[in-house]
Design a protein around this ligand. Structure first.
Ligand SMILES: [Zn+2]
Length: 372
């Protein structure tokens, strides 16, 4: 072990040579080498964590570079795990970097987290997040979780036997499309560094055994107001995976756990185009202003999904004449289906969701339209 490299750690009485040796002996599994995985991996490698397992099945895309600072421009097109290994090796050759170019699934998650001292969640989707939580609960491994969207971030540590798990706090996964991904909603790149470095700090504290881990506490960060809120969270005795009578006893992929959303009436892009050619159709777009600025169907009226959730949209749509078909659209059809359900449940008014959303319209009707 190079004393000079870790000199500033060795000066800390809470770390010292013993703490540095604990880092050296540790194995951390980081799921996702993206926005959150970037700062986490960089700081853990710099800190001298002995073995880092990097799990990601994706390749570096130019749109990643705005926040995924682990990857540089020449790595565009390369596997993220390869780009990560190279960068981390340059940063600290003491660290063993083991790469797994796989998508996390029910079939491999137990093997991936097995033997880890700490697991880090740097994923960007709910299916993997629940799967990872369940696997870590079953293995008894602490899971350092973070999540970012737009200007907001959340971070906590889930650890069976010490505090709640992710499922205790968020028992049901959102319906597909209910929560936008960073690809749909956007994210300020530096927010990834804020949340990722809190995750890295928590990993180092857990490994060294100092301080109070972020267990049973959920931090909520608002970068626009530059504030942090701390929410106390507790284990739920009825939790499906860590509760008193768990129903999940092995990792199961989300599709099997999730109740499918109630189906709504839909219309295809081609059918909508022909219908509009012959009759008056009221077309409503529930996406946000930024998304509509990129691509929108001509004549579509903006009514944000939030207004369907609060009920404000219903009065606006009340004046739709009875014979005029009402069609609701979004990017790919999930949010518009939610809007149709909300409208029908609240008012009984029939409406259809544009199947596949503006992406289907761009593909089947108007190929000149931009997509995102
Ligand atoms: Zn739980």
């Amino acid at each position: 072990m190079s004393e000079a490299r870790y000199a500033r750690h060795l000066l800390l009485p809470e770390v010292g040579p013993a703490g540095q040796q604990r880092l050296r002996d540790a194995r951390v599994v980081v799921i996702g080498a993206g926005g959150l995985g970037s700062p986490v991996l960089l700081y853990l490698a710099a800190a001298g964590v002995g073995r880092l397992d990097v799990v990601d099945d994706d390749t570096v895309d130019v749109t990643n570079l705005q926040r995924q600072v682990l990857h540089a421009t020449p790595a565009v097109g390369a596997a993220k795990v390869d780009s990560a290994r190279e960068r981390l090796r340059d940063l600290n050759p003491d660290v063993e970097v083991v790469t797994h170019r796989v998508r996390v699934g029910a079939d491999n998650v137990t093997d991936l987290v097995g033997g880890a001292d700490v697991v880090v969640d740097g994923t960007d989707n709910f299916a993997t997040r629940y799967l990872l939580n369940d696997a870590c609960v079953l293995a008894g491994v602490p899971l350092v979780w973070g999540s970012i969207l737009r200007f907001d971030g959340q971070v906590s540590v889930w650890w069976r036997g010490h505090g709640p798990c992710y499922r205790c706090v968020f028992p049901t996964p959102p319906e597909p499309g209910q929560v936008p991904s960073c690809a749909e909603g956007g994210v300020l790149g530096a927010v990834a560094a804020v949340i990722g470095s809190v995750q890295a700090t928590e990993v180092l504290k857990l490994l060294i055994g100092v301080g109070e881990p972020l267990v049973g506490r959920l931090l909520v960060h608002d970068a626009l107001r530059q504030t942090w809120r701390e929410i106390t969270v507790a284990r739920n005795p009825a939790c499906a995976v860590c509760g008193d009578a768990p129903t999940i006893t092995e990792p199961v992929s989300l599709e099997q756990v999730c109740e499918p959303a109630r189906a709504v009436a839909t219309i295809s892009a081609a059918d909508l185009a022909s219908l509009r050619a012959t009759t008056s159709v009221r077309l409503v777009d529930v996406r946000g202003e930024g998304e509509r600025a990129i691509a929108a169907i001509e004549g579509a009226e903006p009514v944000p999904l939030e207004e369907f959730r609060t009920g404000a949209a219903f009065a606006r749509l009340e004046d739709t004449p009875d014979g005029v078909p009402l069609v609701i659209t979004c990017k790919s059809g999930a949010r518009s289906a939610e809007a149709v359900r909300l409208l029908q449940d609240a008012t009984g008014r029939q409406a259809r969701s544009l199947d596949g959303g503006v992406l289907a319209w761009a593909r089947d009707v108007d190929p000149t339209m931009d997509t995102y």
